[in-house]
Ligand binder design. Sequence first.
Ligand SMILES: Cc1cc2nc3c(=O)[nH]c(=O)nc-3n(C[C@H](O)[C@H](O)[C@H](O)COP(=O)(O)OP(=O)(O)OC[C@H]3O[C@@H](n4cnc5c(N)ncnc54)[C@H](O)[C@@H]3O)c2cc1C
Length: 405
Amino acid sequence: MRGGSIAVVGGSIAGCAAALAASRGGAERITVLERADDRLRDRGVGIALQSDRYDELREAGYVAPEMPWAPLTRRLWSVRDGEAEHGRVVGEQPFPFRAYSWGSLWSELRRRVPGDVVHRSGAVVTGVEPDADGVTLRLADGHEERFDIVIGADGYRSVVREAMFPGADAAYAGYIGWRGTSSDVADLPSDGEDAHNIVFPGGHCMIYRIPDGRGGHRLNWVLYTAPPEADGLHPDLRTPTSLPPGRLNSELTERLRALVADNFPPYWASRVLRTPAETTFIQPIYDLEVPHYTSGRMVLVGDAASVARPHIGGGSVKALQDATALEAAWKAGSSWKEVLERYDAGRGPVGAAMVALARRMGDAQVENTPDWTAMDQAGFDAWWQRQNSGSDRRSGFGGHSMKAG
Ligand SMILES: Cc1cc2nc3c(=O)[nH]c(=O)nc-3n(C[C@H](O)[C@H](O)[C@H](O)COP(=O)(O)OP(=O)(O)OC[C@H]3O[C@@H](n4cnc5c(N)ncnc54)[C@H](O)[C@@H]3O)c2cc1C
C-alpha cells in the first residue's frame, strides 16, 4: 500500500518507530505531532532490552549496535540480612539484557527517521474525528488537519484510543514505581554487570547501571510498592496521571525513604537514599488492554495500545515490535483495510499475552509477595516458574519472540 498522508500522534519510542515503519511501508506524507517540546525529551531513565529481542529488532532495522548500552548478565534477588553490607541472595537467574538510557535509545531512533518526515513539537492533539475514509485531528492551537491514517503513539492516556474505544482506559494496578537515577556508580559489585533486585514485604526494587551518553554510566533504580492507605498518602491514581518531581508528594517520599532504610541491605539503602531528589519521580503502574489495535482508519502502537506492568521488562520491545509488524503489514497489504486487518490480527494477541503475564508478575512480586527470607534457590526457581506458566512458548520475561518455533 503506497502513498497516503499519515499522522503519528506522539513522538516518543513508539511514535518514532511508527514513523519509520510508515516511511518504509511507502507512505507519502508523514507528520509526527508531539506535545512536548524538544528540550524535555530526555527523561533520563533506564530501559532494558532482552538480548534475543534486541537481535530480532536489529535484524528488522529498528535498533543498532551504535546506540550506547551497558551489558547485564545476571540478576541477583537479595533480602536484608541484619547489617550484612549487601544482604543475602535468595535467588539468582540469567539476565541477558542490554541496558539503555531512555534518551539514548530515543535519540538514535529519532535519527533513523528519514528527513522528509515532518516533526512538530509542542503540538497537542485535542480532538480526533474519524470519518469513512480518513481522520481529522484538532490541535490545541485551533488548527485542524485531515489524514488518511492516524497512528496513536500517544502513550497510556491516548486521545486516539479514546476516539476508537471510548472508556477503554488504563486501570491503576494499586501500586507505584518510584524511580531514580544518579551518578553514584563507582565500585558497584561485579563491575556493574549484575542487575540487583532488592526484595521486601510488598515489593521489590530493580537496580542496574545505564549509559550516561558520555562514555560513562549512571545508576538507575525503580522501586515498586503500594503507597500507604493511611494519612492521605494514597493518592487517587485511578484516573491516569503521573507525579513528576515538582508535584511529588513529599510525605509519600518520606515514607518510601523510611521503607528503604528499614528493608534494604545497608549498601543498597545508601545508594538509593543518596539519589538527588530532583532525579527521582513517581509513576503509577497501570494495566491496559484494548479490544483491537485498529478501528476504521486509526491504529494504536506502544503504550497507547496496551500497557504491561514493567516487571516484564518488555514495554519498549513491544512498542518497537508493533512498528515492525506495522511495516510488514503495510508492505503486504494492497488496501488500507488489508494493512490494518493484518496488523491487528498479528499484534492484538501479543499485547493481551504480555499484559496477562505482567499482571501475574505484579501479583507475585508486589501484591502478594512470598516470605523472601525463607526462600532458597530451589524455592525461587519454582516461584518464578509459576509466574511464567500459562504463557505460550514465545511470550516471556523480556517480551514476545517475533520468530516462530
Ligand atoms: C516504571 C517503568 C519502568 C519501565 N521499564 C522498562 C524497561 O526496563 N524495558 C522496557 O522495554 N520498557 C520499560 N517500561 C515501559 C516503556 O517505558 C514503555 O512501554 C515504552 O517507552 C513505550 O512508550 P510509548 O512511546 O508507547 O509511550 P510514551 O513514552 O508514553 O510516549 C507517548 C508520547 O505521546 C505524547 N503525547 C501524549 N498525548 C499527546 C497528545 N494529545 N498530543 C501530542 N502528543 C501526545 C507524549 O508527550 C509522549 O511523548 C517501563 C515503564 C515504567 C512505567
